[in-house]
Design a protein around this ligand. Structure first.
Ligand code: PLP
Length: 488
């Protein structure tokens, strides 16, 4: 309804005749970009109807604008904004919101600022080693499509649903968690990725100044969600056995700690699995000190050396573990489906908060996923991807051994027991390398991305899951070629 973007200037403040007021309205719409060069204007009949003025008045306004060069008449008796307007006509207006708005004028402050920058990389990479990305090309879309088709035809999906998510999907998640991960007896809330689960939990349980321990190195968006909620972040070291529980114990002597955020199965970003001894120590320490454990189990099934260790939430007699997980790694991240499995007292509050934030997750995809899970397709895909990623891990291991032997000897790593990435030590500043790589369209995350305070580090996190072994190999060779050249 373009006519609504054109205003007929109010006659109260001017003695101008109507046709001039309409012409000015059109000039203004063109100047501030509401109507763009080349665009066809509504017909004289439409405008006369909308503004309740005579058609001749509209025609007179158009004739004036044609004479001035703003409009041209087309063969079919339409009027079109001149495709190439003289630039003078298009000079920024006094009221352009990009240059003049209350935020700039009044230097308006936000109530709270997110400190983690959003990277909006528009360059298409040649090789990308995203650190935990599934190979979406392997997703069985035609199989999934048929479940989505059924979900689309289900009229129930078009109405509002419960904030906690679709009953069918919740039931499927419960079955899956009990059977595969040993987690039972908790309320499930479906969220927009596990990121939303972390955000909601933080909003409800952290108040300004609360001590929250986080693995450092750690997963930045989760850590930022905790800080944003008011947490005083307390970094806890990680080493080759995972989170250093003794460090947490030490910190407890100096700080009151309400919560710890942890990725025990595959520590993010180092990929280490928390040892059994430390798991027990961590649990006991948290239990004794009433510390909530926010357990982020983001890629559970992708474990290759043995069965994955059950989550802390599977053995939680004190009910202190808040469990979050995601379908982003199994399906595809744009589905935005994650969930939390938490005690019912917390679930009740989360539902209320979700009701006033995103209200609920989108229902059609939830229905599609639950149908797919019920059909067995989900677990079949999971098994296929686990095998595929295990193969890719072996292939990357081989490549790294060759690179170390033939190209770059100053390289070390521990083969990850699971997950989707290697944590590779270059024994030199990896931020610089990652920047050089980025300039050459190779995307790779350096250690500094995972630190609480941006310090240089020597590691790169190299995902092996998102590309084929051939792509990974070609990318690694290109990367190490650059590294060699950068050393001169
Ligand atoms: C450690 C970790 N936690 C949480 C997430 C968030 O996943 P999502 O919000 O896509 O479910 C990711 C995604 O990469 C992750 O790597």
């Amino acid at each position: 309804m373009k006519e609504l973007l054109i205003e007929l200037k109010n006659s109260k403040h001017t003695n101008q005749p109507k046709y001039q007021r309409l012409a000015e309205g059109i000039r203004q719409a063109i100047r501030n970009g509401k109507v763009i060069p080349g665009e066809i204007l509504p017909s004289t009949r439409e405008l006369s109807h909308v503004f309740k003025i005579n058609r001749h008045t509209v025609m007179r306004a158009f004739a004036e604008l044609v004479a001035e060069g703003w409009l041209i008449a087309t063969e079919k008796k339409f009027y079109q904004v001149t495709p190439k307007l003289p630039t003078d006509f298009l000079k920024p207006q006094k009221f352009s919101v990009t240059s003049n708005n209350i935020f700039t004028r009044k230097k308006m402050k936000f109530a709270n600022n997110v400190l983690l920058e959003y990277s909006d990389n528009k360059v298409k990479p040649k090789y990308s080693f995203p650190s935990g990305f599934p190979d979406i090309r392997e997703f069985p879309m035609s199989e999934f499509k048929s479940h989505m088709y059924d979900a689309l035809r289900n009229k129930k999906n078009l109405s509002y649903g419960h904030p906690s998510g679709s009953v069918d999907l919740i039931n499927q998640i419960k079955i899956y968690l009990r059977r595969i991960r040993g987690v039972a007896d908790r309320d499930i809330i479906v969220t927009n990725g596990s990121q939303e689960a972390i955000f909601l939990i933080a909003q409800l349980l952290i108040k300004s100044g609360d001590g929250v321990a986080v693995e450092a190195l750690g997963y930045p968006p989760a850590i930022e969600a905790l800080r944003f909620a008011g947490a005083k972040l307390i970094p806890i070291a990680v080493d080759k056995e995972g989170l250093v529980v003794e460090d947490l114990r030490k910190q407890l002597k100096k700080n009151k700690i309400r919560m710890i955020y942890s990725t025990p199965l595959h520590q993010y970003p180092t990929t280490v699995t928390l040892t059994a001894k430390r798991r027990l120590e961590l649990y006991e320490l948290c239990y004794d000190n009433n510390i909530l454990i926010l357990e982020d189990d983001y890629d559970h099934e992708f474990h290759y050396v043995s069965q994955p260790v059950a989550p802390l939430a599977a053995n939680d007699p004190g009910g202190i573990v808040l469990y979050v997980s995601t379908f982003s790694k199994i399906l595809f991240p744009s589905a935005r489906v994650g969930f939390m499995a938490v005690p019912c007292e917390l679930a009740k509050e989360v539902n209320k908060l979700k009701r006033i934030s995103s209200r609920q997750n989108e229902q059609i995809i939830q229905d599609g996923i639950s149908r797919w899970m019920e059909s067995g397709g989900f677990e079949k895909h999971l098994r296929k991807m686990r095998r595929l990623y295990e193969e890719r891990r072996s292939n990357m291991l081989e490549d790294l051994v060759n690179i170390k032997k033939n190209i770059f000897s100053d390289l070390s790593w521990d083969t990850p027991p699971g997950g989707m990435a290697f944590w590779l030590n270059l024994n030199q500043d990896s931020s610089k390398i990652s920047e050089i790589a980025r300039q050459n369209k190779i995307f790779i995350n350096p250690e500094s991305n995972y630190q609480l305070d941006i310090k240089a580090g020597t590691h790169l996190r190299i995902g092996f899951s998102g590309q084929t072994p051939q792509e990974n190999r070609a990318g690694l060779l290109a990367l190490f070629d650059l590294i060699k050249k950068s050393k001169g």
